[in-house]
Write a protein that binds this ligand. Structure first.
Ligand SMILES: [Mn+2]
Length: 444
């Protein structure tokens, strides 16, 4: 599949004179000054173009000739002692199918032979390798070009994403079935991860969030140490990674298996923001319009509970939605969980509460893959000042909101492919309230 990716990149390369493209693969990284190795993860652009999941490689592309030159690390017998077999260049040539293959020590010589005017690099630190050899480098083009290529997925990439989503969905259901009040958040994390790893996906695309009670309103909570009580909400935001491609799914449910009245009202509001947003996903629609539409749904739901009051247009204008929904509605998904391409060159973030964190401001096109993840949170750090803020307090019900300070938050997140006519939802974890209540704590 990587030959298609290189072809895409070559197609962008016009009138660039006699130049080459250089990318450096990732190295192993260590914890501070110790010999503890972090799990290896290839740099996403390098993975996209080569499919190589090992450290120490370099690649050069010659766009004029559409040639792919791969440089493999020269390893000695001691490498085999610690890490297993040392593959021969012939092995690599057979497996990875570059047009030409060399040892890394030949990098300078092979580039010299082609006497390029410029070498396009991803960033300054990658360019340093080439600068040190005395060639001219350029870092203004390659990163954006690769973001453009990676934005619309090929069929093979979509299959990887579907697989990641299927495994993450199964793990969400397993965790949901296993939840019992009295468990610790880390036990839920173990249940979830057991199911993912058991299915052969051993790397995580991001640190999962496993939060109960008020922790469910902490957007990047990772401690996972609290005991889960009967009346708590439980929020799990966790994915899976298949050949580098990510899933990113969130569900929130009651620890005791039954939503209380107010939990049910907030849940149904978030669910209707999610479903309404998903209905809007199709080519030609702008992400920020879906975000704003979800924000209106959230405000209407909050009005129904009496937590806020006022005319919806005014509440939108005063950014009241951002007090409860302070993050972006979704982001692109691919080799990175927050995938590239959300802001093409020249498109700026909207400087407005809530929307400024929207990670993709694009008109949707077929083969884009994205998350939709509305949420409602009761975060005292945001609500306390708002309750005293002259432009906001008149829309807020102080008495009711102060009772919600320990409620936590609810987020529901699905993963979608934009198709020619609409969308495909890759996530298959139940989310209707009645269905969720049947599954929570139901065991195997
Ligand atoms: Mn997400």
């Amino acid at each position: 599949m990587t030959d298609q990716h290189r072809k895409k990149l070559f197609s962008l390369f016009k009138d660039k004179g006699n130049s080459l493209i250089y990318l450096k693969g990732a190295e192993v990284s260590y914890r501070y000054d110790t010999d503890f190795e972090y799990p290896f993860r290839q740099e996403s652009n390098f993975l996209y173009l080569t499919g190589i999941q090992e450290p120490g490689f370099h690649m050069v592309l010659d766009p004029e000739k559409e040639e792919y030159l791969l440089f493999v690390p020269k390893r000695d017998a001691m490498f085999a002692v610690w890490n297993g077999v040392v593959r021969s260049v012939e092995d690599y040539a057979l497996k990875l199918k570059p047009d030409r293959i060399f040892f890394d020590e030949d990098l300078y010589g092979e580039i010299s032979k082609r006497s390029p005017e410029t070498i396009h690099c991803l960033n300054v630190s990658q360019a340093a390798v080439i600068d040190d050899m005395g060639f001219q480098t350029e870092t203004g083009w390659l990163k954006d070009a690769l973001a453009w290529c990676r934005c619309q997925k090929t069929d093979a990439e979509l299959d990887m994403l579907r697989h990641a989503s299927a495994v993450a969905s199964a793990a969400h259901i397993a965790a949901m079935k296993g939840l019992k009040p009295g468990m610790f958040e880390y036990e839920m994390k173990a249940l979830y991860e057991h199911e993912v790893v058991r299915r052969g996906l051993v790397h995580h695309p991001y640190n999962g969030i496993h939060g109960s009670g008020e922790n469910s309103a902490i957007l990047h909570y990772t401690e996972s140490g609290r005991k889960i009580d009967e009346g708590d909400l439980y929020l799990i935001d966790a994915g899976a990674e298949s050949n580098g491609y990510a899933a990113d799914i969130t569900r929130t449910y009651p620890a005791g298996g039954k939503f209380t009245g107010i939990q049910a009202a907030i849940y149904d509001t978030v669910l209707s923001a999610l479903n309404g947003s998903i209905d809007m996903v199709k080519p030609g629609v702008a992400m920020e319009d879906i975000h704003l539409s979800a924000s209106r749904t959230i405000l209407k739901g909050l009005k129904d509970t009496g937590l806020v009051h006022g005319d919806t247009d005014t509440l939108m204008e005063k950014n009241i939605f951002a007090l409860f929904f302070p993050h972006g509605l979704g982001h692109f998904l691919g080799l990175d969980t927050h995938d590239v391409g959300g802001y093409p060159k020249g498109v700026k973030r909207i400087d407005r509460p809530g929307i400024r964190y929207l990670r993709a401001r694009r008109i949707l096109e077929p083969r884009m893959v994205l998350t939709i993840e509305p949420g409602i949170y009761f975060i005292p750090a945001l609500l306390r000042p708002a309750l005293d803020h002259p432009g906001q307090k008149e829309f807020l019900n102080r008495e009711k909101l102060e009772k919600m300070f320990y409620f936590g938050g609810i987020r529901i997140e699905d993963n979608l492919i934009v198709t020619e006519t609409g969308h495909e939802n890759m996530t298959s974890v139940p989310k209707e309230r009645g269905e969720v209540e049947k599954i929570v704590g139901s065991g195997k």
